[in-house]
Design a protein around this ligand. Structure first.
Ligand code: ATP
Ligand code: MG
Length: 150
């Protein structure tokens, strides 16, 4: 169904803040409304998963930046953290089902399924999900979906 994705993110703010009360969540959204044809609950789930990870894997940071924008008729969301980061050889693997990077954060709870679910959802919307990261400095997860997707 059609929904306003800017409104969704605005309304999500409180829930997101609860997932990471230790961090300041900086929301950078375009003004106005943006109607997209997608499954709003699933899109919400993707954002919550990414923000939960951003908070969980940046135990020493105090902020997470969530940005949304429209580019090439696509809706793009980026979630940036300043945490442990991901080594280059692990970048692709984090989207695999049940995969978890072995590192200092391995003791943190999790099943390794959040990103796999995010990717499934984004793929089903003809979109894509990817990550950029500098080990030890932080990570940015991006996803984009076509605005007039069916
Ligand atoms: P859960 O199933 O509860 O989400 P999880 O967070 O371990 O568990 P994913 O969200 O799928 O699983 O993430 C997979 C792995 O990717 C994580 O275990 C972690 O090693 C790495 N990872 C994910 N997000 C980040 C991030 N923002 N910074 C650094 N590493 C990350
Ligand atoms: Mg996770």
């Amino acid at each position: 169904t059609d929904f306003d994705v800017i409104k969704l993110l605005t309304e999500l703010r409180e829930i997101l803040q609860q997932t990471g009360p230790s961090h300041q969540l900086l929301l950078n959204l375009p003004a106005g409304e943006l109607i997209i044809h997608a499954d709003s609950q699933r899109i919400e789930q993707v954002v919550i998963n990414l923000v939960t990870n951003a908070v969980k894997y940046s135990p020493k940071a105090d902020k997470v930046i969530i940005e949304a924008l429209v580019i090439n008729n696509k809706f793009k969301v980026s979630v940036q953290d300043f945490g442990i980061g991901i080594q280059p050889d692990q970048l692709d693997r984090v989207f695999s089902r049940f995969y978890r990077v072995e590192n200092l954060a391995s003791h943190m709870s999790g099943l390794g399924i959040g990103l796999y679910i995010c990717q499934e959802i984004v793929n089903r919307h003809q979109g894509r999900l990817w990550v950029e990261s500098t080990y030890g400095e932080g990570s940015t997860f991006h996803f984009e979906i076509p605005i007039n997707t069916n």
